[in-house]
Write a protein that binds this ligand. Structure first.
Ligand code: SF4
Length: 228
């Protein structure tokens, strides 16, 4: 394993063609690392994915995957969620944190989908944003993973951090970061790219002490907090 290049020795692309080449290099490395990256939240249909994604706020996917099998046994349909008692549902999802808010969002989402969308999780960003608990990030996960619709790029904490480290954004606001990424990443990559970067952020470009010595993106990385 070679030591990572100090950031001062990594050239910064100035011309558009150089930025494009650098981006293509990043895509190739992500493809090599995670050719089939997908959502780690277990689900059998769009509703279960929506529930799991709401539960995953401030919680690990692993913990959510421990909770959801029992949850879907107890509440197998959207109607079961819509008619559940909030306190009981909150107790059932307690270990995912923020359980009162999440229970309220799940019941609200189930009621909204039943009343306005005939019991089917909607397939457009505009409609999904009317569902309680579903902001853009959640909507992008559901549309991309459950329906294969490239509506945008999922900007979670990993994507936020890595977009900044790789100089793909200078913004701190997730909505603006998403816009920056959507301009640079081809649309047919949006779904895969989101999952690849999340995996990359969990395994290599972690928040503290990123694993730069084992990172294949190192030759083009001039992040301030590069571990070199
Ligand atoms: S792990 Fe992150 S900070 Fe380190 S070289 Fe790779 S992309 Fe850059």
């Amino acid at each position: 394993m070679n030591p990572p290049l100090p950031r001062s020795r990594v050239p910064r692309p100035k011309a558009a063609a150089d930025r494009r080449k650098r981006l293509d290099f990043i895509f190739r490395q992500l493809d090599n690392l995670y050719p089939k990256a997908t959502c780690a939240l277990q689900h059998r249909n769009p509703w279960e994915l929506l529930v799991a994604t709401i539960l995953s706020a401030q919680c690990t996917d692993r913990r959510v995957n421990e909770v959801t099998p029992g949850l879907f046994r107890k509440y197998p349909t959207i109607e079961d969620f819509a008619h559940s008692a909030q306190a009981e549902l909150a107790a059932d999802i307690r270990s995912t944190g923020f359980f009162n808010n999440k229970a309220k969002a799940l019941i609200g989402a189930a009621k909204k989908i039943n009343s306005d969308y005939r019991g089917k999780v909607p397939k457009t960003m505009e409609e999904l944003l009317t569902v309680p608990g579903a902001a853009r990030k959640t909507a992008n996960v559901v549309l991309g993973t459950a329906y294969g619709i490239a509506s945008g790029i999922v900007v979670d904490t990993h994507v936020q951090r890595i977009a900044a480290r790789l100089d793909l954004t200078r913004n701190g606001d997730p909505a603006k970061i998403e816009q920056d990424l959507m301009k640079q990443v081809p649309k047919d990559r949006w779904i895969l790219f989101s999952h690849q970067v999340i995996h990359f952020g969990r395994n290599i470009c972690v928040a503290r002490q990123p694993r730069c010595p084992e990172c294949p993106i190192d030759p083009v990385c001039y992040a301030k907090d590069k571990n070199a």
